[in-house]
Structures are given as C-alpha cells and as structure tokens.
Design a protein around this ligand. Structure first.
Ligand SMILES: [Zn+2]
Length: 437
C-alpha cells in the first residue's frame, strides 16, 4: 500500500528536524507509530470508534505513558481522559490542552492523535526540564470527537461543558442498534453520572488544541505553523428547481423547462459569489439529485445542496442572502418553481486574540514561519471557544489529505508543532491574568 503510515517513512525525514531542547524525536516517532498500530484496517487506515476495543486499547496505552511521566490521570464517567501537571499554584484556573484519539472509518494516523501526543510530549518535556509553571496544565483526551459511531460528534467536549444531559444520552444508537448508554456501560463507564463530567468553565484559564490542517494552504505556502483565527460558521441550503419532465427528442429548445440547465447556471453563479464578501468565505455544491435522471429525459426536478462557510458571521449571512437571490432570479428567468430550505446557521467561533499572540511569539522565538488562517472544519476547540479563551495550532497536511489512510504530516512538521505547543502552554500557564477573548 503506497503512502500510508509507517515508522520508516516518518524517520526518513529525521535529519530535517529542527532541534528543540527537551523534545526527543525518536521517542515521538516510536509513540506515534505504536498508536498507529491500534485499529489498523485492511485498507491500511485506522478505525477506532468510541467505546470499542480499539479505542480502549489506544487510551490504555496513552494513559500508561501519562502515568509514567508522573501526571495525575483520571477518566471521567463517560471516558474523557484528564491528566494533570500540577502548577506552582494549584488553586488557579488551569490551562487545558488536548484533542481526540477516535477516528473516522479507515482514517489516518494524525487526526486527533497528533494533538494528544504533542500535548503529552510538551508537558513531559517541561517536567524533564523542571519547568513547573504557575498554573496547572491539564491534558484532555475528548471522547467521541468524530461522531463516527453515534453520529453525534464533539461529544466529550460538549458533555464537559454541560451541554449533554442524561436524556440526551438515550437518543443515540449505532448502526447495529447498540445504544450509546449500553456501549458506555459495557466499557465500564457510568453515563448515569453525566453531571460529574461537567466542568466549571471559570476553572479553565485557556484551552489550546494542536491539529493537522486537513487542507493544503500551509504546504502550498511553505509555512511551518498555522495560527487559527477562528472556526468557520456554516449553513446548508437545499434548493429544488421544478420544471417539466419532457422527452429529450420531441421538445424544442424554446419550449423546455429544464431544471438541470437551471441548476448548472445556478452552480456556476454560486462559485463566483463568495469572493464578493470575503477572502475566507466558501460555497460548495457537492450534492445534486436529478429526477427522473434519465438519458433521454429533460429533468423536471433538480435538487441540490449549497454548503456555505465563513469566519465572519456578517459576510456569511450576506453571502447566504445573495445565493438565495441568485436562485430566485434564475428560477424567474426560466419560469421554474423554486423551493428553498435553509438549515440552521452554526455561528463561527473566534479564537482568542491573546492566545494567537502567544502562539505567534512562540513561532517567532523558534524561527518558524507561520500564517493566520481560519479552520474550515469543526473541532473540540470550537465548543471550548464558546466558553473559554481558546487557541488552535495547525501543522501542515501533505497534499491536504485527511480522513484517509493517506493522511500525512512529516516528522519535522510534527516536531515543530510540539515545540510551539510547549512554549505556548508554558507561557499561558505562567500568565497571571488573561483578558477575554
Ligand atoms: Zn480531529
């Protein structure tokens, strides 16, 4: 299998790694490789779904390392792992860092794992160097980030923030009909004690997550580090054009009500709209259903979905308005009926300016190149960012690949990430005050 994860492939770039005091490149490689062996699929990827043996095994391995490094480790009643490096003043609100160890079906070795491992290696390095900051640092492994099994992602962070109650837990079951509650009980967790998972957000000074970019901007621009400005807001709109279903041979061009032609004009127009509003706005038509979908039939109905995202809520709303107007204009000109169904707008979540500054300073200090960028994908940091000052560090993804066995971040890029996270955590944990946001 070409281009899937291997220890050898990672080590091939070892000599390109920058040297950072206290960060052991071989140790990092061994640990990442060991985790990548858990849940391997026949296609060369990794499947680790929440509350399964594979997920349990990777968590046990990770907890063993955390304990060996001297951290106080616990799991809450739904399976979030929390490991604590006690600061000089344990009563102060903590700096939290972490990510997830579950994967999508046949996913890669870096998504989530890199954030957890980098957090651990950053903390371990501080311990080894006797750099105990003012505030405690807590490493969190959020359970069920991807939503691969119960279609309810970002679950662990949502629960920690008090957004999940016992009733909510009973709503979910997997494809096999196993309920979320049964799956948890089987792994020895206690979902009935969900309230014990809740954290008082005033006890959290800041949250920071390192993650692979899952896009190709950093690689394309040859930047080492992405400083995430925010996680984009999004909405989905379903447009259905209704015309006439007629024979492709017997209907002259001027007598048609062709919904595929209307949809094409619309899609082409949508592509041009985002740049009118911002550099970061995107709109995508990725799904079309044509009815009746026959070679010799003019389609009387075409349904398509526009996925719209941006980091600015105002430009997102303006863009949505323009897309709807375009649909109506095309339907009118072609004498078609148009039905528009708007999904909920999920608001963007901005990252803390102050934390972005700390990450930037750390990148400069370590002579790494960087750029600001929004995250187009959701992360636990999105939930955390609605309650506490939050930051995200991105490292490059080879060819932008993610959620695939081909997901790849080179060893030098991984090590750069650990170094930046380490300095950022240390600086944040030494802060006496932090101004929100
Ligand atoms: Zn992830």
């Amino acid at each position: 299998m070409d281009n899937v994860f291997s220890r050898e492939r990672l080590l091939a770039d070892k000599l390109q790694c920058k040297e950072f005091t206290g960060i052991d490149v071989i140790e990092f490689t061994n640990r990442l490789s060991e985790m990548a062996e858990i849940g391997v699929t026949a296609e060369g990827g990794i499947s680790r779904f929440p509350y399964t043996e594979a997920e349990k095994n990777v968590k046990e391995l990770f907890k063993m390392w955390l304990e060996a490094a001297g951290l106080k480790v616990r799991e809450d009643s739904i399976g979030n792992i929390i490991a604590r490096f006690e600061g000089q003043n344990p009563d102060l609100p903590v700096v939290m860092t972490g990510s997830h160890l579950d994967t999508v079906p046949n996913g890669g070795a870096f998504d989530g794992v890199l954030g957890c491992l980098s957090s651990f290696m950053a903390i371990e390095s501080l311990i080894k160097q006797n750099k105990r900051p003012l505030r405690s640092i807590e490493l969190v492994v959020f359970v069920d980030e991807e939503g691969s099994r119960f279609n309810h992602g970002l679950f662990g962070s949502r629960a920690m923030l008090g957004e999940v109650n016992e009733n909510d837990l009973n709503k979910f079951a997997d494809d096999q009909g196993i309920s979320l509650v049964d799956a948890m009980n089987k792994q020895g967790y206690d979902p009935s004690d969900i309230t014990s998972v809740y954290r008082d957000v005033s006890d959290i000074h800041a949250f920071i997550e390192l993650h692979i970019e899952q896009g190709r901007i950093l690689e394309y621009e040859k930047k080492d580090i992405g400083i995430v400005s925010g996680i984009v807001g999004l909405t989905r709109i379903v447009f259905t054009f209704y015309g006439n279903t007629d024979h492709a041979g017997n209907t002259p061009m001027n007598m048609r009500k062709d919904t595929v032609a209307a949809a094409s004009e619309f899609i082409f127009g949508v592509e041009k709209l985002p740049s009118k509003f911002s550099d970061t706005a995107v709109a995508t038509v990725g799904k079309i259903n044509v009815f009746p979908n026959g070679t010799n039939v003019i389609a009387g109905k075409t349904e398509l979905t526009v996925d719209v995202r941006d980091i600015s809520e105002n430009s997102l709303n303006d863009l949505v308005k323009d897309i709807k107007e375009l649909g109506n204009k095309i339907a009118n000109e072609r004498s078609l009926k148009l039905d528009v169904k708007c999904g909920d707008v999920i608001s963007p979540v901005l990252m803390s300016q102050e934390i972005q500054n700390v990450i930037r300073a750390s990148a400069e200090k370590n002579h790494l190149s960087f750029r600001d960028m929004p995250s187009g994908a959701g992360h636990d940091a999105m939930n955390m960012g609605r309650y506490v000052p939050t930051g995200m560090i991105f490292v490059p993804s080879y060819e932008g690949k993610s959620h695939s066995p081909k997901e790849w971040t080179s060893l030098p890029d991984c090590i750069n990430g650990v170094a930046i996270l380490k300095d950022t955590l240390y600086d944040l944990a030494n802060q006496k005050v932090l101004i929100f946001p």
